[in-house]
Ligand binder design. Sequence first.
Ligand code: TYM
Length: 373
Amino acid sequence: MVEDMKVTPWDVKGNIDYDRLIKEFGTERLDSKLLKRIEKHTGSLHTFLRRGIFFSHRDMNWILDEYEKGNKFFLYTGRSPSGDVHIGHLVPWIFTKWLQDKFNVDLWFQFPDEEKFLFKDELTFKDTEHYLHENMLDVIALGFNPKKTKFLIDTRHAGLMYKPACEVAKKITFSTVKSSFGFDDSFNIGQIFYTAMQSVPAFLPSVLAKKNIPCLIPYAIDQDPHFRITRDVLPKMGYYKPAAIHSVFLPPLTGSGGKMSSSIKTSAIYTTDSPKVVKDKVMKYAFSGGRSTLEEHRRLGGNPDVDVPYQWLRFFEDDDVKLKQIYDDYKSGKMLTGEIKQILIDKLNAFLEKHQERRLAAKDKIDEFILKV
Ligand code: TYM
């Protein structure tokens, strides 16, 4: 039986139907007209846009209207430091870096280091401190411009964030939080307040600049319930509604629906995994669209549409011609499961080798990125 779809900021399960999410969340599809409009400014389209990996948005046309009038936006995204970063987390960040470069705009990157502390029984502040450091290295390693990127860490910047968070919190009822997130009376009061903290970076730059600045937030669609609330509240406080652009999830290695997630270790490749670990995980756990015997595979061909190595290559192989060749060869049975897995392993290991070098170099740069108040 296919598990029913569930998409909340803390839980993603089942077969994800993205069309249904657009309807249920009330977002808009990123259509070809909008893609052309983006391309006019960026010169070309990022792989994630060409392939529908970023598939939905809120108010992107408004962001571009303002940009065209000379009213630049800032970007905002984030990471809750609760574990090691996996390659799924990188999806919105790689895209954010591209947007930063193409539009030459500031990025506010939030590390809500209290969020998962509040949501996970076993997680201590000592753990989040450790992951905060490790996760910042991953973000820096992606090459964000230090002059245009500000890290906002909830527990360290609490003095700056608390008043704006209270202003947001005052406009959100318990009943809204319950219905938006599916909370009941057993949730702790920190969890109930948290969405106010995630709203703050969407308007903090406007507070500090004493003028309204448009905000664009890239994220995977699981975070959307927070920003629906933010968009309701901010205009009541005199600020713009933040715009958003949404990605699909990198599927778990095991392919059983949902998203790649740290809670299921075999579903994820971490940015610190060694080449051997990557190879072993892909060979052992990657869900295959191949046939059960070699003879059958050659005769009937594989199914790239469910094959996780192929699905991941859609994210990580930029070359459209190469990707199409892989699709055709796998589907016709010319390419075998072991071969497509090897292509993915080589691709991931080449990416991770560079990422790990830049991660090491990032150790001396953390201070440059943290917002000074
Ligand atoms: P977190 O730390 O769980 O995830 C960080 C970002 O990664 C995205 N993500 C994925 N994207 C593609 N495929 C996956 N398998 C996958 N798994 C996670 C998430 O959507 C997120 O964008 N509360 C947030 C932290 C946060 C935030 C923000 C995120 C604070 N402010 C503003 C986005 C925008 C969180 O726990 O994300």
